[in-house]
Write a protein that binds this ligand. Structure first.
Ligand code: NAD
Length: 359
């Protein structure tokens, strides 16, 4: 029997259409093997949506996403839209999508694949075996807190204001996702905050501690964010699962990503309660290489694997997709961003063809 899934497809900007094009035919190929049929509904987001409608997240796009089983997103943004007012910027579309689907948890794996250990800028002995999952709170904290804005101060100066705020329920639900994620991994959870300075972090730490008794199998630790940044580059193997707020998570997950050496290899999943999840690569729209068949599609393909695993509960198909990625790397195929001596250079399409063969 064939299982049919509705997938909202958001190619966005820059290399987005190239990497999502490859991913669609790879998904169809894996679907055929596992009795899965994907019905894709393409919708506009980011700069492409601004050009067409003036709005980085048209209502129609949000409606399409809400009607689907999962959302596969590529990337948004580009030089062309950098100087628009904030509410019309591509990034505003992305934040709106996360808020509109109430995607409060962002899961970002940073795993060093044995085939790519030498892509890391850190020493082999430091990064070999690194396997970290950063669970970042996504819909609260300083990116959303009020008041915010640029105000005229009494001194005559301007004053820029953002507010870092978390309520009990926001901390509890992200901590729960993190404890449960750690249960599926190596049962270690490190909560990162700045509780020595920030009240909002003190509340974060108190709530995480309060939940810990419900997860006696998890070894919980706490770390200040500045130390966590240091430890990530000094001794990253000490981490299993990390949970942290929106701003700290934004920065630390990028630092964790760079341990692997290539941003073109990293997928992510954003999930909420009940709504479809959004699955997207960590990297941006890479406008510097857009349209040149140079983009690495593997992060997008691995995002599709996360979609199969976390969004559609199809772990066998997810495994197959991930295995195909490992296989093409074993065979020596490399896009420019992960190229090294003796390997076979391929473009975005070439990598897609190699994956198709591996499947
Ligand atoms: P970027 O991730 O787009 O690019 C950084 C560098 O990595 C570039 O040299 C790029 O060529 C390279 N790169 C990225 N993805 C690659 C891939 N798949 N294959 C090969 N090389 C790859 O980050 P940036 O340059 O800071 O931002 C460019 C635009 O993307 C900006 O408008 C930014 O706002 C936007 N952006 C979007 C997202 C998102 O959609 N989630 C995330 C980050 C940045």
């Amino acid at each position: 029997m064939t299982q049919t899934y509705q997938i909202a497809l958001l190619p966005g900007d820059g290399i987005g259409p190239e990497i999502i094009g490859v991913t669609v035919y790879i998904l169809n190929a894996v679907g055929q093997q596992y009795g899965l049929q994907f019905e894709f509904s393409q919708a506009l987001i980011g700069g492409a949506a601004i050009d067409e409608t003036g709005d980085p997240l048209p209502q129609e796009t949000l409606d399409t996403c809400r009607r689907s089983d999962a959302v596969l997103l590529a990337a948004i943004g580009g030089y062309k839209w950098d100087n628009l007012p904030r509410r019309q910027r591509p990034e505003t579309g992305l934040l709106g999508l996360r808020a509109g689907l109430e995607l409060f948890a962002n899961l970002r794996p940073a795993q060093i694949l044995p085939q790519l250990v030498d892509s890391s800028t850190l020493k082999r002995e430091v990064v070999e075996g690194v396997d970290i999952m950063v669970v970042r709170e996504l819909t609260g904290g300083v990116y959303f807190g009020e008041p915010k804005g640029i105000f005229a101060a009494e001194t005559g100066e301007q004053r820029g204001v953002n507010t870092m705020a978390y309520s009990d329920h926001e901390i509890d639900r992200i901590a729960k996702v993190a404890f449960e994620t750690a249960q599926k991994r190596n049962q270690r959870l490190c909560s990162v905050d700045k509780a020595n300075v920030l009240e909002v972090s003190q509340l974060w730490r108190d709530r995480v501690n309060a939940l810990a008794s419900s997860y006696p199998d998890i070894e919980l630790s706490h770390m200040y964010v500045d130390n966590a940044a240091m430890q990530l580059v000094r001794a990253p193997k000490q981490f299993d699962t990390i949970v942290t707020g929106n701003l700290f998570g934004d920065i630390l997950s990028d630092a964790a990503a760079m341990l692997t050496g290539s941003i073109g290899m990293l997928p992510s999943a954003s999930i909420g309660d009940g709504n479809p999840g959004v699955f997207e690569p960590v990297h941006g729209s890479a406008p510097d290489i857009a349209g040149e068949d140079k983009a690495n599609p593997l992060a997008q393909v691995l995002s599709a694997a996360m979609m199969l695993r976390y969004g559609l509960d199809e772990p066998a198909a997810a495994d197959k997709l991930e295995k195909a990625v490992f296989q093409v790397l074993d065979q020596g195929y490399r896009t420019g961003d992960i190229m090294s001596e003796g390997m076979t250079y391929v473009g975005c399409q070439g990598m897609g063809d190699a994956l198709l063969k591996a499947l």
